[in-house]
Design a protein around this ligand. Sequence first.
Ligand SMILES: [Zn+2]
Ligand SMILES: [Zn+2]
Ligand SMILES: [Zn+2]
Length: 249
Amino acid sequence: MNFRFVGSGDSAQVPRFGCDCPACARARVLSSHRRGPCCAEVRLDGRRYLLDAGRMDLAESCEAERPAAILLTHYHADHVQGLFHLRWGTGESIPVHGPKDAQGCADLYRNAGILDFRPGLKPFRALELGGLTVTPVPLNHSKPTLGFCLDDGDARLAYLTDTLGLPGETERFLRDWAPDVVVLDATHPSTHPAPSNHNDLSLALQILERLGAPQAYLTHIGHELDAELMAGGLALPAGVEVAHDGLTL
Ligand SMILES: [Zn+2]
Ligand SMILES: [Zn+2]
Ligand SMILES: [Zn+2]
């Protein structure tokens, strides 16, 4: 499979509106340092699958290449906001798989347009999409949220955002499943006084150490962590990198 980080930022994105911290100032000048809403895409056997739909140019991107399916981790705005435009398109419907969530986001379920919502993903119950096996795993977040364990028969990648820590059952599953690559939420710097809803860097690194995957990428990065990385002095363990928008694996 070909995996691409489309967006690697938190809900505020980088630069954050109105902020003149070093990371936001740099991102305004150098577009390569901008971070859009956290989302990714997977290509396999000529098909394109989207992980989350928060990018603001989602409709344009789907016009260029219609996705075979969209997988939603959860219904927070930064992960679904692109659907509010895409739904009013025409043509064949697009399957949107997501966790069981009675609320969804705003009126998406009621006015779904071309989106074919299938909010029935069950934890640890694998879904077959072409040659891709997707096993959803529960995460710790303020809305029902699933991580996705992707297996194309050659490589295993676990995509785990948004989360604070990991539920015990998810961690046990992952240790057994033995991913080659883990993508993990690291929204805040380690100096964050009280992370809630998202990992800070030290929590993310502790999880990665316990999982022991050979390669890991941090995502859902907030501007404060970027500023701390810019200041230097943050040595990441071997095999752990900070993702950036457009990074392809
Ligand atoms: Zn988010
Ligand atoms: Zn900032
Ligand atoms: Zn969220």
